[in-house]
Design a binder for this molecule. Structure first.
Ligand SMILES: [Cu+2]
Length: 89
């Protein structure tokens, strides 16, 4: 799964998933530094390193049934619109 990151948004090719283990690749196509963090029910902290524009980084997570939030943890980027919800189930 690729998550495209720009100023200031996240783009995924889909928002619903079957339970399982997935690798999310953050693709920073913007001009400033971004990262990708995933939060959900009972999940340990999962995030990529911070990446500069033009770089990519991966995070692998096991998703269970429920609702998860993907967002950029850099600065106030989440508040600027870099967040998406996905549904697993
Ligand atoms: Cu960001």
């Amino acid at each position: 799964m690729t998550v495209t990151e720009t100023e200031y948004g996240l783009k995924l090719s889909r928002n619903s998933f079957a339970p399982g283990t997935y690798t999310f690749t953050a693709d920073n196509t913007g001009k400033v530094a971004h990262a990708l963090e995933i939060e959900g029910p009972g999940m340990p902290e999962a995030k990529t390193k911070t990446i500069q524009g033009g770089e990519k980084a991966e995070v692998t997570v096991t998703l269970k049934k429920g609702s998860y939030e993907l967002y950029c943890p850099v600065g106030n980027h989440k508040g600027l619109g870099m967040e998406q919800r996905i549904e697993v189930g």
